[in-house]
Structure formats: C-alpha cells, structure tokens
Design a protein around this ligand. Sequence first.
Ligand code: 1HN
Length: 360
Amino acid sequence: MATATLESFLERLHAINMIGLWELYPIYAQLPRHGRLESPPPMWRWRDVHPLLLESGDIAIDSRRDSTINARGGVERRNLVMMPQGAPVGAATVTMSCGVQYIKPGETAPAHRHDPAAIRFIIEGSGAYTSVEGEKLYMEPGDLILTPRWTWHEHGNDGHEPVIWMDGLDSPFVMNYLHADFWEPYPGGYLPVSHPVGYTRRRVGAGLVRPVGKIRERALPILYPWSEVYPELLHQKESGENLDAFDGINLEYVNPVTGAGPTLPTLSCRMQLLPAGFESQCHRHTSSFIYRVFRGRGWSEVGGHRVEWEAGDCFLVPSWIWHRHAASAGEDAILFAMSDQALLDPFDLYHEEAAPDSAS
Ligand code: 1HN
C-alpha cells in the first residue's frame, strides 16, 4: 500500500476505534515484563506501623459505612491499608491488598459481605473473633482465618485486651480489574450467632480424617490454628527433607474442602521457616507475594535491593522479580506469605526460573 493510502487507511481505522496489530507491537514492547518494583522496594516496618495503629484506637468503630469518617466520628473498620507510592487504588500488589486492623475489648465491627475474599493473619492479642456466617472464629497470634467471598463477616472482641491482625484480600483483582465487586451491609448491622464455636472444624476433621459426607459447600469459615501449624513447621525442620533451596521449609495452607491447595480460589497462603543462618538461592516467578515476618530477623534481596527485616515487618515481592531470603544466624525466621499463585495456576500462567548464578 502506498504511504499516503496507508495513512488514510489508518486514519479511517482509528476513527472507528480500531488499530492495526502491527501498530500495537512497539507499544507492547514498552510494557514491563514484571511487576512494579520501586527503588528501594516498599517496606512497612512494624516500628512505624504499630504506633499509628494504636493511635487509630482513638477513632471509634461505628455501624455505618461512610466514605470517610462518618458524622459520628466513627469508621466501619479500624483498618490501615498498605498502599505503595503510585500503586492502583487500595492495591499492595497488582492483585492483592493488605492492611492491619485493630479492635479493642467490647467493640464490634459490623457485618457485611463482598465479592473480594479475605484472609486474616493474627498478630497480637487474643479474645477477638471474626464471625463468618454466624460462626465465631476466635483468634490467637499466628492463626489464619478465611473469609471466602460473599460470606457475611463481622469482627468483635469479647476479651480483655486489644487485638491486631493483618487483612489480605484479592480486592484489586476483583474490583480494579474485573469490576465485579458487590458489597452489602448486613441488615441491622450485627450477625446472630448461628453455629457453636468449632462447628466447621468438627465438620472438616483433622486433615487426614473427617466425618463422612458432611461437606457440600466450598466456601467455609476455616481457622488454621498456629498451635497446629507450628509443630508441623518444627517437625519439617527437624526432618530437613523438605527444605526448599529457594524458600526454606515452605508449608501451604491447604483448603480442607478440596484437600489440596490453594487456600482460597484467588489467594494462596504459606508459612515459611528459614532455619537460623539459612541463605536461599535466587529465583523469580510470575506470582507476586506479600510477606509478613512473624518471628525472627533476616534479609531478602528483591530486584537487587537488600531488604532487612524483623518480626512484624511487611515487604513485597512483585511478579518476575529476582529474589532470595536469608535468616540471621541467631534464630530461625518465620514468614507468613500470601500470593496470587491461585489465580495463575488454573490458566497455566505460572512460570518460575532459577537465577543462572543461583546465589546472586
Ligand atoms: C474488608 O471488608 C475488611 O471485613 C478488611 O475487615 C479489609 C479491604 C478492602 C475491602 C474490604 C474486613 C478490607 C475489606
């Protein structure tokens, strides 16, 4: 086609909101081939976050959800959200959000439900609960609680001390990409108790055995107690057979309904133990990760930057960024990790690669 004719052709094509694929290729070539990596990588240190979270205790929890602090000076949930500079609304990584929540004795954050699914990883205090579909799941530090999509959930504190946990959601995926977010408050605000404590645990059994024919639904209010996860971590560490060169002892929170991972259809959760002095090899993968240090101290290299961390700190590993982890010499490090690998696996979009010089 002569140049003048081609120009006129493209003009008419663009006028009807189309473009030649060949025109897209150079634009595609400019797109990043990995997740956003800021320099230095974003990091939320507990010594910065914790005081602000405690200070937020002066903001009341109130039953009405408004876009900001409402007329009575209250908020629906006392939740502080991690949002790196320049990130999409409410997003810690492309697909996941992460925040910390604080509830004092006697308080209740009213019930609601939404399409984004959530996990809660308990950080500090006990006596609080999340009620999922009317079943109270009582929190202890290190526990993991699931709130599957579209399940009613409220948080309350029946105990005598403030309780803090980390919230992780697939909200950027559901809201920012799929635009598929329905949200509704529970009529009247508070959930009636409809099941006794431990109800779901007794239905799903202890992992290897379970009552026959008791589970039909996929979205269950599951609590993974630290008191069961920790002995398994130690057991794995002692045997040493499953020490992964990239991630140390790496346990997945298995969905007890499917009997295999992932934890939720859109979120995968893990608990990693890096033995004292362990230095992992370097790799990258197309899943992105949010790490929360549960115990110990150490460092990670993320995209060539060294990130020093200690208990309570949070850091990110975006997709396809080289990274490795190490625990300090004195003690084991334990990292809680959540990722979007659950979203990649069903479509065969998970790629993983070891660094050619694996220790760099
Ligand atoms: C939410 O509903 C909770 O129920 C916490 O505690 C964090 C972040 C984004 C959207 C909804 C909660 C949230 C959230």
